[in-house]
Design a protein around this ligand. Structure first.
Ligand code: PRP
Ligand code: URA
Length: 207
């Protein structure tokens, strides 16, 4: 399943994000804010348990999410930009890291770091990366998580190309994809258009 956020506020924020004149500070803030909305949407089927609470008026039953059941896993570098935002929504979730970069000629992902929270196999993982282009990085990261026993994975991205969505759906059809905006396509060097350029470079001010 893929869910594309279709909301004027998201469109507004993405338009500012795309603008090449947007500063590094503002770019980071927007990535984090949009990630927060993606996380909100991805939690819409979260299980809750009942808890008795007392308001200043009376006793009632509240619904609580067990935050310990969740882990956020950003794909480095650019995925790190989404961590602040998702932690605002779920501050007690655990964090793992998968380091991947795309070889600029082959566009194949290259792994350089991998560290996950303990008991990851019993948690639902929200895998974070702002850009889903060819889908190579996301598919590789999902395979690594599954090899470590993770059974429930959601992929959260800000901008996606249809090629990347198709690749995840073909290889990992059980993974739900949450997308802030579906763009027009991929250019001949594997960049999303109209896109926003290189997300990692814009978050960190490199290049
Ligand atoms: C970018 C992006 C994704 C990947 C998407 O990372 O953050 O991880 O490319 O492309 P794909 O769908 O074709 O695999 P990049 O390789 O630029 O590394 P960085 O985050 O370190 O800048
Ligand atoms: N990675 C990026 O950062 N941007 C793209 O457009 C494609 C992959």
């Amino acid at each position: 399943m893929e869910k594309i956020l279709n909301h004027p506020l998201i469109k507004h924020k993405i338009s500012i994000l795309r603008d090449e004149k947007t500063t590094t500070k503002e770019f980071r803030e927007l990535i984090s804010e949009i990630a927060m909305f993606l996380c909100y949407e991805a939690l819409s089927d979260a299980k809750t348990y009942d808890k008795k609470i007392k308001t200043p008026i009376m006793e009632t039953t509240g619904q609580i999410i067990n935050e310990d059941n969740y882990a956020f896993v950003p794909i480095l570098r650019a995925g790190m930009g989404m961590v602040d935002g998702v932690l605002k929504v779920m501050p007690n979730a655990k964090i793992g890291h998968i380091g991947l970069y795309r070889n600029e000629e082959t566009l194949e992902p290259v792994k350089y770091y991998y560290k996950l929270p303990k008991n990851i196999e019993s948690k639902e993982v929200f895998l974070l990366d702002p850009m889903l282009a060819t889908g190579g990085s996301a598919v590789n990261a999902i395979t690594m998580l599954k090899n470590d026993g993770v059974k429930k994975i959601k992929f959260l991205c800000i901008i996606a190309a249809q090629e990347g969505i198709n690749k995840i759906k073909e290889i990992h059809p059980d993974v739900d994809i949450y997308i802030a905006n579906l763009d027009e396509g991929l250019n001949n060097i594997g960049y999303i258009y109209p896109g926003l350029g290189d997300a990692g470079d814009r978050i960190y001010g490199t290049k």
